[in-house]
Design a protein around this ligand. Structure first.
Ligand code: AR6
Length: 371
């Protein structure tokens, strides 16, 4: 019985809420739990304290009544003779087993109804087209859902699931030798995708943001429009971001669970060591942020190569080298890294350079593997 109740208590405590209606349910439960513990300790059905309120009141009432009956039985037993005392003990044991079963069933039902009730209540409150409301509640709720359950909240209908994004297949005709050794397992973790990053149903998409994190043009503007106005509210709470750093938010109305915001270097005056390092830091810190948040699939746009003017033919090498080196070290933490290009010229650049960083087997090793 104690185990059942403590399991139930842990479940409610673990509800991912910090405020709002879920929080109130947790408070109700805590009050009710204390009351129940006291009931068990004293063997009395009513304690004279404030009755529990909220959705748990009915359940606690039932528990208190059962416990009172048992307590009366014990009292009678202790007053009777030897035979009746044995009978009372047998009755007490039977009662205990029955009570345990009743509580087992009712706590499972309670967990289910609590979950269903809170999810339904929160689902009614989620509004991804308005900036009103508490973004933290919305975020907690969305992050608690499975991918399938989250689909009804996407602000787009034409999303692209991860399984529809093919993995990189290096061609044996590619340049030889590659800059990095062949690693077939890593090829399975790389994709080149041409299209709109806001459509990808993956764990995290990276945003090429600015230092304010409050939105802008290019891919930043596209992500904010697709996610809806709640994204800006969470971004405002982050107090900006340094160049080369990365910060994470919920994806809200996006098919992606998270958005990782990074700020690329401004390179309109040319590219020096400082810009090169900053661009690498964007890719590296975004991947670190993804893995710290258990995001296993991540998509990158071509950071800094639009409005910030970093030459795409240089940026592609920093992007590919940083991802390759991160995967060499942390391949177990990521399932897929997607280079999401928007322009045909960028697609061409990645097609040309991917084989340098994720090369095909050399002719000799192909022959060896057939033997
Ligand atoms: N999906 C994928 N890639 C896209 C999309 C999209 N929907 N839209 C554009 N791109 P940019 P930056 C590509 O200018 O150079 C913003 O105002 C685009 O073709 O978006 O890092 C921020 O607030 C290009 O290859 O980012 C900053 O102020 C790449 O995304 C500033 O721009 C990056 O271009 C950041 O400039």
């Amino acid at each position: 019985m104690a185990v059942q109740i403590s399991t139930l208590y842990s479940y409610v405590r673990a509800l991912p809420v910090t405020a709002g209606p879920l929080c109130r349910v947790r408070a109700d439960f805590q009050r009710a739990s204390v009351r129940f513990n006291l009931t068990v300790a004293t063997g009395r059905s009513h304690l004279g304290g404030q009755p529990a309120t909220g959705p748990l009141r009915g359940h606690i009432k039932k528990l208190s009544t059962s416990q009172a009956t048992t307590a009366e039985a014990i009292q009678k037993s202790s007053q009777g003779n030897g035979a009746s005392s044995r009978r009372w003990r047998r009755g007490w044991l039977l009662g205990k087993v029955t009570l345990g079963a009743v509580i087992g069933v009712s706590s499972a039902a309670l967990v289910q109804s609590l979950h269903t009730g809170t999810v339904a209540a929160m689902a009614r409150k989620v509004n991804l087209t308005s900036a009103d409301g508490n973004w933290k509640d919305t975020k907690d709720f969305l992050l608690s859902l499975s991918v399938k359950d989250r689909r009804q909240y996407y602000r787009t209908t034409d999303f692209v699931p991860l399984d529809d994004i093919p993995v990189w297949t290096p061609s044996a005709d590619g340049p030889k030798p590659g800059l990095y050794p062949r690693n077939e397992k890593l090829d399975q973790k790389i994709s080149l995708y041409t299209g709109d990053i806001t459509k990808l149903e993956i764990d995290a998409i990276v945003n090429a943001a600015n230092n304010t994190l409050l939105g802008g043009g290019g891919v930043d503007g596209a992500i904010h429009r697709a996610a809806g106005p709640v994204l800006k509210k969470e971004c405002a709470s982050l107090h900006g971001c340094e160049t080369g750093e990365a910060k994470i938010t919920c994806g809200y109305g996006l098919p992606a669970k998270y958005v990782i915001h990074t700020v690329g270097p401004i390179a309109q005056g040319g590219v020096g060591e400082e810009q090169r390092k900053a661009l690498r830091s964007c890719y590296d810190n975004s991947l670190k942020t993804a893995t710290e948040n258990s995001a296993r699939s991540v998509a990158f746009p071509c950071i800094s190569t639009g409005i910030y003017g970093y030459p795409p033919e240089k940026a592609v090498h920093e992007a590919l080298a940083t991802v390759r080196e991160y995967l060499d070290e942390h391949h177990d933490k990521l399932d897929r890294v997607i280079f999401c290009v928007f322009l045909p010229t960028d697609k061409e650049l990645y097609m040309q350079n991917l084989p340098l960083y994720f090369p095909a087997a050399s002719p000799e090793s192909t022959v060896r593997s057939k033997l």
